[in-house]
Design a protein around this ligand. Sequence first.
Ligand code: HEC
Ligand code: HEC
Length: 437
Amino acid sequence: MGNMITEALSMGWMAMALLVGILIYFQVSITDPAAKKRATFKTFIGIIAAFLLFFAIANYKNNFYGENRLLPFSLVMITATSFVMAMYFTNLGALLKIGGVMFFVAAFLSGYGNWLPQVEGGFPPKEEKLDFSAMTPQQLADEGEKIIFGGIGKSTVQGEIGKGQCPLCHGFQKGFLSERAPNLFGIPERAEKERLTDPRYHKGEPDKRDTVEKESCPGCGTGTTVQEYIAESHSCPNCYVVAGFGLKGSNDRESQMPKIHKPPISLSLPELAAVDTWLYVREGKEPPSYEEIIKTYEKFIPEADRPKQQEDKPAGPASVLLADGSEPVDQIFAKAQCMVCHTIPGIPGALGTQGPKLEEGTNAPNRIKDPAYKGTAHSTPEYIMESVVSPSTYVVKGFPDNLMPKVFGQKLSAGALKKIVDYLSQVKAGAPPPKIS
Ligand code: HEC
Ligand code: HEC
């Protein structure tokens, strides 16, 4: 910036010196007193013109590329200069006047162009609000697919994941790997034929349930219809745990699934309605109406616990990052669900056992030394990064391949990955855990 200005200034000075030189040369070459008087006047005007030109040139770059609201002034100055110069170079007068007029028109137009939108810009841009309640079932299902998978049509691509985060645990297509949680293909039918009739579900009799949480809220009761079963599954995963999918060691009394209306996922009721509608529509089943679905959630989620509607923030790709890196590292681990599978010293609640305990300050050097290690990492941070973005590069002995999601390279910002790597590098077996930052 400073450079540009000094450049423009020296250009201006040079042009001015040249002009003044020419003017003085004209003047001294005149001897007739009357002519001399006119020449003095002309010199005076000429110097003013030179000043104008100088200003125009000095501001030229700024006015064109910077805050170009001043562009019209530059052009007006050049216009004035052209007219003044037409007084001197009478043989070029007509040409200079035409040029001047053109500059004036340009100044007028650019002034018009510059000032007009500024006035219009005063009005806030119209925001398109998504009104889920006014959508057709297919439109609502599309929004649901976006919330679960991050985009329309992404449900058939393994590894796609949206703000609902369900695919971190659930498979949705027949045959998709789904070891951590039930595959949700066919859920409407299964809810009716297997879940609601399962003696362990205790339909209508929550008190008889042998789970850590028997009811979603005091007096909520149990689900009685397919849609209520689904709504209850989302709002109170602990109320009934599908056999074999409970938290390790809980004897299926406690679920690994987070409450979907609570942080970090925090889906609003309309968003949950969209998710559910997709579950029916994609199987060719007729979904309950939007209002009916909302009612089922109102049964299980008391008003105070309902997250604010976030419909004006569409669930597009921008919002599908699990963590953007601005969060402290413990929240990043929570948001990305790492703690469901891993025990991470120093991180409250990170007690998972499906993956190794993440003492990477100790583990990583040993992994790299393992003759079976075929990755490219040469240091602890490199190994952690590789393990997170490409978990199958090296599979820790005693743990299954393909269980850890392969989406973190796309779903965590560079900043979030760096915080994870920094933290885990400092975790050493037998040493106090590092500080959370
Ligand atoms: C951290 C892993 C995890 C996430 C994330 C998760 N779930 Fe689950 N979900 C589970 C587990 C484990 C179960 C089985 C245990 C239970 O019944 O609570 C389950 C059960 C369910 C059931 C009942 C399934 C059945 O066969 O009866 C539904 C429906 C469901 N989840 C929907 C969802 C939806 C929709 C999302 C995303 C908005 C989601 N889940 C996110 C782990 C998860
Ligand atoms: C669904 C369960 C699951 C989730 C969620 C998960 N992991 Fe893993 N992780 C595993 C399993 C299983 C392994 C061991 C197999 C392997 O190496 O791929 C593993 C391995 C690792 C390793 C290598 C450990 C070592 O000692 O060599 C690191 C590091 C790691 N995970 C970090 C993370 C982070 C960070 C997250 C969250 C962003 C995460 N994991 C989420 C299951 C999971």
